[in-house]
Design a protein around this ligand. Structure first.
Ligand SMILES: Nc1ncnc2c1ncn2[C@@H]1O[C@H](COP(=O)(O)OP(=O)(O)O)[C@@H](O)[C@H]1O
Ligand SMILES: [Mg+2]
Length: 365
């Protein structure tokens, strides 16, 4: 991989995590942070290289890219990984796998299980095979909440948990997730498959030294001077999203006449035009939209008679029954658009960027 001069190394964090695994203090952890906060970058550019250097065999797998084929794709990736490590022979799973299509985009794209039922068994076997050999193995499983979005994955997730649990001395895992509600379904609800499996840690936010790093690179690349303190302020105003601040700095490199504030304004406008959020909004019903707006505005007591009367009025109907309200909220939750803290009866928007989008595009508009 071409080295990325803008990348700010997070070696300390990577060392801490590996140290925890090496000492046996912990065998799995879950990093939560909203999207674009730097999880993948950390796994690929800090965690994996450091672990490799210290003799770990590392498999990175992102559930984001595989859609509804998550379990097959992951199992095939494990097979490939085990073959590359020399833990199993290529022939071992031959009978279970058939070739489909050309598979230009890598081997996995052209493979499929003959019998989908085989996936679970294979997963169990392959994890046992990997564990047998006294290698240090680290799995980096990115955006795992995707698995919780499809009930068809339920058995598979349970099998994965069991297999990892049995072999936790040999195989360490870092899970990441960007949906609080999705992760709750997998890791912290008492009936969740991975309940208490790993330590749940918020992914640490980047600090001022990250901004100083960007400034240093900027100054070197452009022979201009960027004010670190002002950039830090903008970073805070943009909710500390590293992706945004990096786009901003890159924009400043390309357009020397742009001020910091102008660049920030442009970026926020781009965010408001985000197709993905526009789509979610357009595909939502009137009641869903009204509820999203109410949640963003921090309204409590969604079920009160006053609130229901107000909502009914906005919808142009006479009454809004509690049951309709409940089922709409449940459906938003199933779609992982909102999450809830049942103990406190509070709802929240799952993706903070979508929350900002609603604020910008709906509430203030
Ligand atoms: N340590 C870092 N140094 C420099 N830029 C970073 C760093 N972490 C994240 N970024 C920027 O933020 C973007 C989003 O990070 P990413 O890892 O894809 O987020 P996530 O996986 O949490 O959605 C990256 O493409 C990069 O531009
Ligand atoms: Mg990511």
């Amino acid at each position: 991989m071409r080295s990325d001069i803008w990348h700010y190394p997070r070696l300390e964090l990577a060392k801490q995590v590996l140290g925890m695994f090496e000492s046996g203090l912990s065998s799995a952890l879950v990093f939560f942070a909203p999207r674009r906060m730097g999880k993948t970058e950390f796994l690929l550019k800090d965690m994996r290289p450091l672990a490799n250097k210290q003799g770990w065999h590392v498999l990175y797998f992102s559930f984001l890219d595989v859609g509804s084929n998550a379990k097959e794709a992951f199992t095939l990736a494990l097979i490939e990984f085990a073959i590359e490590m020399g833990v199993i022979k290529q022939e071992k799973f031959h009978k279970r796998i058939k070739k489909i299509g050309g598979g230009i985009a890598g081997i996995r794209a052209g493979l499929e299980f003959r019998d989908p039922q085989e996936t679970k068994i294979t997963l169990k076997e392959i994890i046992a095979d990997l564990a047998k050999q006294n290698h240090k193995i680290l799995l980096l499983l990115d955006e795992v909440q995707i698995l919780s979005m499809d009930w068809k994955n339920k058995d598979f997730v349970a099998a994965l948990r069991t297999a990892l649990d049995v072999h936790k001395d040999a195989i360490k895992v870092i899970f990441t997730g960007s949906s609080q509600e999705g992760l709750r379904c997998m890791f912290s609800k008492s009936d969740a498959p991975f309940f208490h499996f790993g330590q749940n840690l918020p992914f640490p936010e980047l600090q001022q030294d990250f901004i100083e790093h960007l400034v240093k690179i900027f100054n070197k690349a452009t022979h201009r001077e960027l004010d670190a303190e002002k950039l830090w302020q903008v970073f805070l105003e943009m909710s500390r999203v590293p992706q945004l601040i990096r786009s901003l700095v890159e924009r400043l490199v390309l357009y020397p006449d742009l001020t910091l504030q102008q660049a920030k304004k442009q970026l926020l406008q781009d965010l408001a035009a985000d197709r993905e959020y526009v789509m979610i909004w357009e595909n939502s019903s009137i009641l869903e939209r009204l509820l999203l707006k109410a949640i963003v505005m921090g309204e409590a007591e969604l079920f009160s008679i006053d609130k229901r009367t107000a909502l009914a009025q906005q919808m142009g109907i006479d009454i809004l029954p509690v049951s309709t309200l409940q089922s709409t909220l449940r459906s938003l939750q199933r779609k992982k658009i909102i999450g809830s803290l049942p103990e406190r009866g509070i709802y929240y928007i799952d993706d903070p960027n979508f929350k900002s989008w609603i604020e910008q595009s709906v509430v203030e508009a």
